[in-house]
Design a protein around this ligand. Structure first.
Ligand code: M6R
Length: 597
C-alpha cells in the first residue's frame, strides 16, 4: 500500500495473549523495517495485526503522528485513512474529560473514543458495537481498522467514502484499501459499501451497517495477478507502466464495439437520456483533467454538443448550470479521488446524469454514477499517471462516440471508422516506445535545467499541460504548459538563452494552418535563445530546421495525436527525475489516491 502514502508507516500486532505491540516510524518503509529489526521481529509475532502507510493530513509526518494510534491505556490500536472533519470538537470533548492526546492527528480521537465505548455503557465489552457507535459520531470520510488487546481474535474495519476491501483467503482474512495488498494471498474479495463495517474473526467475516443490521458487501474476483502489481524487472513501476501503454489501450477498447455499436460497461440511464443530453461537463483532477481537455475537442466535433472541462475541486463551488439533460463525465483512475467524488455528488443532487470513466472496478465514483466505462489499464502503482492517462483518453473518445451514435450526429459507418482508427493506436504507441532511448539520453542532458516550458496547440495544448505536470511532480522542476498562441501575450518574456522549450507539433498535413503558426511560434522563441525540443510527426521536414532536438512520432489522425505525443514527455520527465536522483514512483509530498479534499 506504500504507493498510497509514504511519509510514515507503522504496524500493530496482537499476540493472542493480551499483548498489543506497536512500532511506528516517520519516513519510508525502510525506516520501519529497521526499527522492527532493532526491536526484534519475533516480538511482532501474532495472529492478527495491521499496518499503515501514511500521507499526512493532520500533523507533520513524525513518529508520534504515525499510525497506528492508541488510547491512553494502549489497549486499542487504530489506523485510519481520510479526514475526521469533526475531530476538533471530539478532541475538545476528550480533553474536557481528562484524556491526554499525544499526537496532532484526527485519528487519535477515534482510538480514545473506541476505548471509552468499550469500557462503559451499552457497548461495554463489545468491540464491533463500540466501533459502530464511534463511526456514527464521526463526520467526514474515513476508513478505520481497529483492534483491542482484550479481543485478540477480532479485527474490526469500517468505511465511509473511503475505500475498503476484504480479501477472503484460506484460513486467513485481509482488509485493505486496495486488493494489491493481498493479491499475493487471495483473489477473492468483498467490496464494502458506504457506511458498512466488517468484523473479522477466526471464523471468517461478517458485514453490518453502522447500526449492526446485517449488510451485504459486494463479492468479486480480482482479474489480475501479482505480476501486474510487481515491477517485472524494471527499476520503477512507472517505467513498466509506460511500456504497458499499448496493452492498456487495447484492453480499454476491447469489447466496446459490438454489433456495429459502441457499448458502455454499465448503463443505469436510458438511451433516450443519452439522446437528450444537451451539454457535457468533464470533471476530473490532475492528469485525468488533462484527458478531459483532450476529449473536449473530439466530443464537440463529433457530437455538436458544448463541452466544459472543469477541475473537480472547483466545479461544485461555482454553481455550474446543471439539469437532467446535462451529462457529467467524471474521469478518475482510482475512482476514489475526493474532489471528483464530491463533484459527482453535487452533479447528481442537481439532477444531472453522471458517467464515470474509471480504472478501478467498483470504486466509489462508478458506484455513484448513472453509467460507467472502465479503463482496463491494470493496476497503476507509480504515482505519476501514465498508462491510465492514455486509457482515459481512449475511454473518453468512446464516450464521445457513444453520444454521437445516440444523437445521430455520426452515421454508424463513421462510428465504426473512428473506432477502427482507435484500434490502430496500440501499434502506434508501441512504435513510439522505440524512441525511448533517444528521449532518455535527452533527459539526462536536461537534468540541470532550471525550468522547462511546454507548448502546444489544439489537442497538443493539453499534452503540453500533461508534459509539464509530469516534470513538476517527478523532477521537482519548474515547468509550465502553454497554448502556443498565448506566448506573445505574456509568457514569451520567460524565454532566455538556453531555456528548454518542448513543442508538441500538430500534423503538417492534418492541421496545416496550425502547423504553420506553430512553426512561427518556434522560430520566435528560437530567435530569443530558447533550446527547442520538438515532438513532431515522422517526415515533418518543415519543422526540422527549428528543432534543436527532434523526436519523431508516427502519423496518426489529429484527434488521436495525444496518444502518441504524450509518451515521449512521460519518458523525458522520468529520466530527468532519475538523473536528479529522485524516486520516480514516489515523488515527495504526493500520494497516488487523493482521498481528502
Ligand atoms: O485517481 P484520479 O485519476 O482521480 O487521480 C487524479 C489525479 O490525482 C492524478 O491524475 C494526478 O494528477 C497524477 N499524479 C498525475 O500524474
Amino acid at each position: 500500500m506504500e504507493y498510497r502514502g509514504y511519509d510514515s508507516a507503522g504496524v500493530a500486532v496482537l499476540d493472542g495473549g493480551g499483548a498489543l505491540t506497536v512500532e511506528r516510524k516517520a519516513g519510508r518503509l525502510a525506516n520501519l523495517e529497521a526499527a522492527l529489526d532493532t526491536a526484534g521481529r519475533s516480538s511482532f509475532a501474532g495472529t492478527a495485526g495491521m499496518g499503515h502507510t501514511r500521507w499526512a493530513t493532520h500533523g507533520a509526518p513524525i513518529d508520534r503522528n504515525s499510525h497506528p494510534h492508541r488510547d491512553g491505556s494502549e489497549r486499542v490500536a487504530v489506523v485510519h485513512n481520510g479526514i475526521i472533519e469533526n475531530f476538533a470538537a471530539l478532541r475538545a470533548e476528550l480533553e474536557a474529560a481528562g484524556v491526554e492526546l499525544t499526537s496532532d492527528t484526527d485519528t487519535e480521537t477515534a482510538a480514545h473514543l473506541v476505548a471509552r465505548a468499550y469500557a462503559e455503557g451499552d457497548t461495554k465489552g463489545d468491540l464491533p458495537a463500540s466501533v459502530r457507535a464511534v463511526c456514527r459520531r464521526l463526520e467526514g470520510a474515513f476508513t478505520l481498522v481497529v483492534t483491542h488487546a482484550d479481543e485478540p481474535d477480532l479485527v474490526v474495519a469500517a468505511r465511509r467514502s473511503s475505500p475498503l476491501v476484504v480479501g477472503v483467503g484460506d484460513g486467513e482474512t485481509f482488509v485493505a484499501s486496495d486488493v494489491a495488498a493481498f493479491i499475493e494471498h487471495t483473489r477473492d474479495a468483498i467490496e464494502l459499501g458506504q457506511d458498512q463495517l466488517v468484523v473479522i474473526s477466526r471464523d471468517g467475516c461478517e458485514v453490518t451497517d453502522f447500526f449492526g443490521e446485517p449488510a451485504q458487501g459486494k463479492p468479486f474476483t480480482v482479474d489480475w495477478d501479482l505480476s501486474a502489481a510487481e515491477k517485472g524487472g524494471h527499476e520503477y513501476f512507472m517505467l513498466k507502466e509506460i511500456e504497458e501503454q499499448p496493452d492498456a489501450l487495447a484492453n480499454t477498447l476491447r469489447g466496446h464495439f459490438e454489433s456495429g455499436r459502441i457499448v458502455l460497461d454499465e448503463q443505469r440511464m436510458s438511451d433516450q437520456d443519452l439522446r437528450d443530453v444537451d451539454k457535457v461537463f468533464v470533471v476530473a483532477c490532475g492528469s485525468a483533467y488533462h484527458s478531459g481537455l483532450v476529449a473536449k475537442y473530439a466530443i464537440e466535433h463529433w457530437c455538436r454538443l458544448p463541452v466544459e472541462v472543469e477541475l473537480a475541486s472547483e466545479f461544485r463551488y461555482r454553481d455550474p448550470v446543471l439539469d437532467r439533460d446535462t451529462l457529467v463525465v467524471a474521469v478518475s483512475q482510482s475512482g476514489e479521488t475526493a474532489d471528483t467524488l464530491e463533484a459527482v455528488r453535487h452533479a447528481r443532487e442537481q439532477k444531472a446524469r453522471v458517467l464515470a470513466v474509471c480504472n478501478t472496478n467498483g470504486a466509489q465514483i462508478p458506484r455513484e454514477s448513472d453509467a460507467v466505462l472502465y479503463t482496463h489499464a491494470g493496476p497503476e502503482i507509480g504515482v505519476a499517471s501514465t498508462k491510465a492517462f492514455l486509457a482515459q483518453i481512449a475511454a473518453n473518445y468512446l464516450v464521445g462516440l457513444a453520444l454521437a451514435q445516440a444523437r445521430g450526429t455520426k452515421y454508424p459507418d463513421e462510428v465504426a471508422r473512428e473506432f477502427a482508427e482507435l484500434e490502430a493506436m496500440p501499434a502506434a504507441v508501441h512504435k513510439v516506445l522505440s524512441t525511448v532511448d533517444q528521449v532518455r539520453e535527452l533527459g539526462r542532458r536536461m537534468s540541470d535545467a532550471k525550468a522547462v516550458l511546454f507548448l502546444g496547440r489544439h489537442v497538443g495544448f493539453p499534452v503540453a499541460l500533461e508534459g509539464a505536470l509530469k516534470l513538476k511532480e517527478l523532477a521537482y522542476m519548474h515547468a509550465e504548459g502553454f497554448a502556443a498562441g498565448e506566448l506573445k501575450h505574456g509568457p514569451i518574456a520567460l524565454i532566455e538563452e538556453g531555456l528548454p522549450v518542448v513543442v508538441v507539433m500538430p500534423s503538417p498535413k492534418g492541421r496545416a494552418v496550425l502547423h504553420a503558426k506553430l512553426v512561427s511560434n518556434i522560430s520566435e522563441i528560437q530567435a530569443r535563445g530558447a533550446r527547442t525540443i520538438v515532438i513532431a510527426e515522422e517526415g515533418d521536414e518543415t519543422v526540422r530546421p527549428f528543432a534543436d532536438e527532434l523526436v519523431e512520432v508516427p502519423a496518426v489522425p489529429t484527434l488521436l495525436q495525444p496518444l502518441v505525443s504524450t509518451v515521449p514527455l512521460q519518458v523525458l520527465a522520468a529520466e530527468i527525475a532519475r538523473s536528479r536522483g529522485y524516486d520516480v514512483d514516489k515523488p515527495r509530498n504526493l500520494a497516488k489516491s487523493v482521498t481528502v479534499e
